[in-house]
Design a protein around this ligand. Structure first.
Ligand SMILES: Nc1ncnc2c1ncn2[C@@H]1O[C@H](COP(=O)(O)OP(=O)(O)O)[C@@H](O)[C@H]1O
Ligand SMILES: [Mg+2]
Length: 240
């Protein structure tokens, strides 16, 4: 299998209260095309920081990140933006929809940005796929959390990314909506071969992924077997 993402000795140090704080410590791993990978770990362990580096939204302090054969660590913001547009999709815990646009317009956005023909027709089909064909003209604040996240997933589908990063995509949803969003993500993985990298607190969601990486105080390791603790609390691990 070919490597889509390669991370070598990546660190991230931030300045906090006049001190250097190393929030990522020499992370190493590789992800192949079409793999599904979960990143799990306690709150504050560095998961979101890592995800933003992998997606080229932020830069590492040291180390190398190769995405689709390109050295993200050597590219300026403009070139990283180009690489993101070409390969990357995101789904965030807080949905990140454009509030002044309707659901349909939010889904049309990446299609229009890439000058795709029939943007409206494709966006309508995607909304139907996520079960929201009757909500196209609603603005985000007129939709429930679950509906907003499904719009965000439809928008991510629209850009047909090679790799989709999702930061706690079901974290703000009830069980039913969480399952709908989860099903959509794995459908994208199965049908389009989209590589999935999910940060999650949900052990059941993590278990559906082929691999699990565990973040512990900025150090990343591969978890070989997820313990069966999840069945005792409905699959959700509660952290402070
Ligand atoms: N820009 C920053 N300045 C200072 N501290 C930060 C910054 N970004 C993240 N942190 C700290 O780094 C740690 C990891 O954060 P984060 O990646 O958001 O963790 P997680 O997503 O696992 O909850 C936390 O202790 C957080 O407070
Ligand atoms: Mg986080």
């Amino acid at each position: 299998m070919s490597t889509l993402l390669q991370v070598k000795e990546v660190t991230k140090t931030v300045r906090s209260n006049g001190e250097d704080l190393k929030i990522l410590k020499e992370c190493n791993f590789a992800i192949s095309k079409s793999e599904s990978v979960a990143i799990i770990g306690r709150s504050g362990s560095g998961k979101s920081t890592l995800l933003s580096l992998l997606a080229g939204l932020d830069t590492a302090t040291s180390g190398e990140i190769w995405l689709a054969g390109q050295p993200l660590h050597q590219l300026n913001e403009e070139k990283r933006a180009f690489l993101r547009k070409k390969h990357v999709g995101f789904v965030f815990q807080s949905f990140m929809l454009v509030q002044s646009l309707t659901a349909l317009e939010n889904v049309m956005l990446p299609l229009e940005l890439s000058l795709r023909k029939n943007a409206k027709q494709q966006a309508l089909e995607l909304l139907e796929k996520v079960g929201l064909s009757d909500r196209g003209h609603h603005f985000p604040n007129q939709l429930s959390g679950g509906e907003q996240q499904r719009v965000a997933v439809a928008r991510a589908f629209a850009s047909k990314p090679d790799i989709l990063f999702a930061d706690e995509p079901t974290g703000n949803l009830d069980a039913e909506n969480g399952q709908k969003v989860e099903a959509l993500l794995f459908e994208l993985n199965a049908q389009a071969g989209t590589t999935l990298v999910l940060v999650t607190h949900d052990r059941n969601l993590a278990k559906r992924c082929q691999r699990q990486l565990v973040m512990h105080a900025g150090e990343l390791s591969e978890e070989t077997a997820i313990r069966e603790e999840s069945t005792q609390n409905n699959g959700r691990v509660h952290v402070a």
